[in-house]
Design a protein around this ligand. Structure first.
Ligand code: ADP
Ligand code: MG
Length: 173
């Protein structure tokens, strides 16, 4: 098993946990959203505003494919990565996929505390906090479909990363 993909809603902790997990394993970390922003020189919010969601989703699929070139890598995806079935299939066949599950109420709490929440583009027209419940309800089946394992990510990031290390140890592809 050469890579671990973290999937889940906005603010479930993909970026935070990926860093800790990579450190524990001695692996590298790829944050797909960050990779897209540094490659294009634009924030995701700007990109979506200027070019639309479909164009962003194309770039995102390209960045995912690129991330699969990395070995011994923990890959933090964006919340919408699971929307396209090709992405779900690619992740499942390229490594271990872990869904970081956090209930909507806690996601909303984290988003409302985040100083950079305004940089996360709205998905429905509502603010990221207001839309979290509806968006999670819509995407939850896709996260579950993509994932080999589901982890309760309401615990501390350190604790979540340790749980994933155990899962990775026992995983047989
Ligand atoms: P994602 O990459 O899934 O959108 P982030 O890692 O950026 O999520 O985390 C979103 C926010 O939630 C950040 O402010 C982060 O500090 C906080 N956070 C992440 N994981 C946890 C956790 N396990 N417990 C409490 N807060 C967390
Ligand atoms: Mg992130």
């Amino acid at each position: 098993m050469k890579r671990i993909f973290l999937v889940g809603a906005r603010a479930c902790g993909k970026t935070t946990v990926a860093r800790i997990l990579a450190e524990k394993l001695g692996w590298s970390v790829v944050d797909v959203d960050e990779a897209i922003q540094s490659k294009t020189g634009k924030s995701i919010a700007d990109m979506v505003e200027q070019e639309g969601w479909e164009a962003f989703r194309d770039v995102e699929s390209g960045a995912l494919a690129e991330s699969c070139g990395a070995e011994k890598a923990v890959i933090a995806t964006g919340g919408g990565m699971v929307l396209r079935s090709v992405n779900r299939i690619l992740m499942r066949s390229s490594g271990l996929v872990v869904y970081l599950y956090v209930p909507a109420s806690i996601l909303a709490e984290r988003l409302s505390k985040e100083l950079i929440a305004s940089q996360r583009p709205s998905l429905t027209g509502d603010s990221p906090v207001d839309e979290v419940e509806a968006v999670l309800a819509q995407r939850e089946p896709l996260y579950r479909d993509a994932a080999h394992h589901i982890v309760n990510a309401t615990h501390s990031p350190e604790n979540v990363a340790s749980t994933i290390v155990e899962i990775a140890r026992n995983h047989r592809p």
